[in-house]
Write a protein of this length. Structure first.
Length: 254
């Protein structure tokens, strides 16, 4: 795993790479992670322009404690090679590879000097989820529930009944192999209650955080995926007990 393993990832905000105002605004938003998107959010006619803008934004910095991830175009596209060259040059905190369906699908992004994240958004990815999670070059998995729904010919309804198996299998694979795992987006920007409910569900499933598509969704993700006061109290008590045990052992050794 990487040195960023223990960073908070309660909220992971997608920002369109072609929108310079969005890239600048990301510096002020309370997101744990910002994902500069070169894939779905960018039209084919402006892919090169978006790549250059994202490169300049990452090189300029100013994102503070926010983790900066770049989602590249699919490794089977004409844009991927140049995307990877840019990522290798500017060194963001990670690269997010779309449409990962097999463990070997991430091999093309290995060796560029940054942690590799994988979009889990196809039925085949779910069937291969343990092998994907076990890939030594992988740091994190991100659910792509919209594309998964399309490929499954299923409906994304409240409660996400059609996706419970896929979500749970992904979390179990991530926990088995020590990888970060992030829940998919909630599409209804104005439905605050629906967002909160889905965040609660994601936390109950065991996700580390949630991807969001609008700054207004950050508060719910940050609040719900934050550890509770009781959990913090328990963690502090455990640390204190461990420190006491170590000190007692050292005193006995003296």
């Amino acid at each position: 795993m990487t040195k960023t393993e223990f960073r908070p990832r309660r909220s992971c905000l997608y920002m369109p790479g072609a929108n310079t105002r969005a890239l600048e605004k990301a510096k002020t938003l309370p997101a744990d992670v910002v994902i500069f998107d070169l894939e779905d959010a960018v039209a084919p006619s402006v892919k090169e322009e978006a790549r250059e803008q994202v490169a300049e934004a990452v090189k300029a910095g100013g994102y503070g404690p926010r983790e900066v991830i770049i989602r590249i175009n699919g490794l089977d596209t004409d844009w991927a090679s140049d995307d990877l060259k840019m990522v290798k040059a500017v060194k963001p905190d990670g690269v997010l590879v779309p449409k990962v369906s097999r463990a070997q699908d991430i091999d093309g992004a290995a060796g560029i000097g940054v942690p590799v994240w994988a979009m889990i958004e196809t039925p085949l990815a779910i069937l291969n989820i343990s092998a994907i999670a076990a890939a030594p070059n992988l740091s994190a998995m991100v659910m792509g529930t919209n594309d998964l729904a399309k490929d499954m010919q299923a409906k994304l309804r409240p409660g996400r009944e059609a996706f419970v198996t896929a979500l749970s299998m992904t979390v179990m694979a991530a926990r088995t192999h020590g990888k970060i795992v992030i829940d998919g987006v909630f599409n209804a920007i104005s439905d605050d209650a629906g967002l909160a409910s889905e965040c609660e569900q994601g936390r109950e499933f065991g996700f580390d955080g949630k991807t969001v598509i609008h700054p207004d969704q950050l508060d719910a993700a940050n609040r719900i995926f934050a550890p509770s006061r009781s959990a913090l109290a328990d963690a502090r008590a455990t640390i204190a007990a461990l420190a006491d045990a170590i000190a007692e052992r050292e005193d006995e050794a003296d």
